[in-house]
Design a protein around this ligand. Structure first.
Ligand code: ADP
Ligand code: MG
Length: 617
């Protein structure tokens, strides 16, 4: 049962002295919770059926009751519209992000017009993915409280290494909504390696292969002095155990002509066939043959047949491993250990192929379903102050920066910087008397912000009016240990300041993130050219403006000839600045500078002389 009440006061309070912080694996398919009590790591079981995994499924009853876990799983067949699964895929996403895969969901995914973020419509109410994830977390919290007989409120929650700021923040918010104080968000591969106690002694480079229900991730981690660093990630967000099940369903459908069998072609018939396929798959992880009779059909599948079906899927995951290694600039020889995570790594062919690729036996002693939660619990115990030899560190997956003149990306924190980290830079205004300055924050590797991903923006207001170039505006970026970005802008002369925590208005798909990196590499050359032109134009506009100012202030000191020469050089610059030849622009800038610099000196001398005279009087 997902919802049951317990009398907390009657529980065993003996352990009250030692603080317990939960480790939670909030998975796409299954979630679970673990904790360390007096040095012993325990996964929490559902008292009734001894299962540690809670299916990440939320069902809404007509009565308003909300069911989570196994009971909700049952409802997938009977009431799919009001049964929400895979909500993790929607975390921190905009409707536009998920529109392409909308058909994938059996429930209604919509845009309710309030913000860009995706909503789920159930029984005429709109839910955010955060609210739905919070239901799963609440149910986990209730479970563990029932087991411990006391309330718990602190937790560490894991997320995939590729989760961006929005997705991490959404996960954190879900925890808060469930009544949990989320002390830290940590990466799933980091948690898995912690569970295996890796990296406690010498420095190590390891691969964490995670094949779950609907997603596949490979992460390359470096652990040194108890510090974890993600060197690279790769994967496929639509590849997992579900696809294995589907390949069996397809095979049987063809073999037994099920599309014309009314027992298996109705909506619930298809669902029950899927469950049967999953049963066969699990059976074949430890047996050579599966056989059963259902609704008059003798279903049969041998291990070699099964392996033939799934070979292409497994090969795809291995190809991703190669890409991740390449990204980390490593070869298989650099990898000391390979950790297996996720229920689907129980399939023997998966272990074989992965072991063969990395040329070493894989780590699979721990339950692949539980290993992430176990590691999260160990991290929680570290935070509780019970273990002191481990530190966690991750990196920023994409560069972070702000938009500057001409739509250029100015990177403040480069990609692959270890977090927590901070960096700042000074900017100024480009117009006299400018009172407001827009700070637009972007993520990505391209030189133009239009090709990067906007994370958010804010306006620094009430800058005291000053000539252009005089205000000193410091923009500060801080990425905390969870990978969440805080941006602060301060005008140093007046002290006026403004800050935001980045809660992006729209999300990003994991594929897009990989694509962004690839784009930046493929477009590096054009990007550099575009940047050079834009920088020349910015410089030109700046010089034109200051020359105008100079001329209008000192008209009376300048000769007719000087004025007309400056004007004609300015005209040339004004013409070329509209074109796109950076050499022409730079030449025109140089000509104008060369001519006006000595004049400016002369004018300054005159101005100073006049000032001195004034003093004498
Ligand atoms: P997630 O991380 O996406 O929440 P899990 O790690 O819990 O997912 O993996 C769930 C997947 O593992 C499901 O597709 C399930 O069918 C599969 N699985 C569980 N046990 C086995 C097994 N014994 N053999 C093969 N696949 C299994
Ligand atoms: Mg998982």
């Amino acid at each position: 049962m997902a919802r049951f009440s317990i009398d907390l006061k009657s529980g065993n309070l003996a352990d009250q002295a030692s603080e317990i912080i939960l480790g939670i694996d909030l998975g796409t398919t299954n979630s679970l919770v673990a904790y360390v009590n007096n040095g012993v790591v325990t996964t929490v079981k559902d008292g009734k059926n001894e299962r540690t995994l809670v299916p990440s499924i939320v069902h809404f009853e007509k009565s308003g009751e909300i069911l989570v876990g196994d009971v909700a799983h049952q409802m997938l067949i009977h009431d799919p519209q009001n049964t929400i699964y895979s909500v993790k895929r929607l975390m921190g996403k905009s409707f536009a992000d998920v529109q392409a895969v909308e058909a994938y969901f059996g429930y209604q995914v919509i845009d309710d017009g309030t913000d860009n973020l995706v909503k789920i419509k159930v029984r005429n109410r709109f839910y955010t993915p955060i609210e739905l994830s919070a239901e799963i977390l609440k149910s986990l919290k209730i479970r563990v409280e029932a087991e411990l007989g006391r309330t718990v409120s602190k937790a560490v929650i894991t997320v995939p290494a590729y989760f961006n700021d929005a997705q991490r923040q959404a996960t954190r918010d879900a925890g808060k909504l469930a009544g949990l104080d989320v002390l830290r968000i940590i990466n799933e591969p980091t948690a898995a390696s912690l569970a295996y106690g890796l990296g406690k002694t010498e420095a190590q480079t390891i691969a964490v292969y995670d094949l779950g229900g609907g997603t596949f991730d490979i992460s390359i981690l470096q652990i040194q002095d108890g510090v974890f660093e993600v060197l690279a990630t790769n994967g496929d967000t639509f590849l997992g155990g579900d696809d294995i099940d589907r390949s069996i369903v397809d095979h049987w459908t063809q073999k037994y002509k099920l599309e014309i069998n009314p027992e298996f072609s109705s909506k619930s018939g298809v669902q029950s066939l899927r469950l049967l396929a999953e049963k066969a798959k699990k059976h074949l992880s430890s047996n050579d043959e599966f056989r059963t009779t259902e609704k008059g059909i003798d279903f049969h599948l041998t291990k070699p047949q099964f392996e033939d079906l799934i070979k292409p899927l497994v090969d795809r995951t291995v190809a991703c491993c190669g890409l991740a290694l390449k990204d980390a600039k490593l070869t298989v020889n650099d990898i000391q250990h390979v950790v297996m995570v996720g229920g689907s790594t129980r399939v023997p062919l998966v272990k074989e192929k992965v072991g063969a690729f990395f040329q070493k036996p894989v780590y699979d002693n721990l339950d692949p379903d539980e290993v992430v939660a176990l590691g999260a619990a160990i991290q929680a115990d570290v935070l509780a102050g019970n273990q002191k030899d481990v530190l966690l560190l991750d990196i920023t997956p994409l560069s972070l920066g702000i938009e500057t003149m001409g739509g250029l990306m100015d990177t403040i924190i480069p990609r692959n910087t270890k977090v927590p980290c901070k960096a700042g830079r000074q900017y100024t205004t480009s117009v006299d008397g400018q009172k407001n300055l827009k700070i637009a924050v972007f993520q990505g590797e391209r030189d133009l912000v239009e090709h990067n991903r906007k994370l958010g923006e804010f306006i620094l207001r009430n800058i005291p009016p000053m000539p252009a170039g005089l205000p000193k505006i410091e923009v500060h970026f801080v990425v905390n240990a969870d990978g969440i970005l805080k941006v602060k802008a301060k005008e140093l002369r007046s002290g006026t300041e403004q800050a935001i925590d980045i809660k992006p208005t729209y999300g990003i798909s994991e594929e897009d993130m990989g694509k962004m990196l690839l784009d930046s590499i493929q477009n590096a050359e054009t990007d550099m050219q575009v940047r050079a032109i834009l920088e020349a134009k910015n410089e030109a506009n700046h010089i034109l403006l200051s020359t105008d100012k100079f001329v209008s202030q000192h008209k009376d000191i300048l000769s007719e000839a000087e004025l007309s020469s400056i004007l004609s050089l300015q005209t040339v610059l004004k013409i070329v600045v509209d074109g796109s030849d950076k050499d022409l622009i730079n030449n025109a800038i140089e000509n104008l500078n060369e001519y006006s610099a000595p004049i400016a000196h002369k004018v300054m001398d005159v101005v100073i002389r006049q000032a001195m005279k004034g003093q004498k009087v």
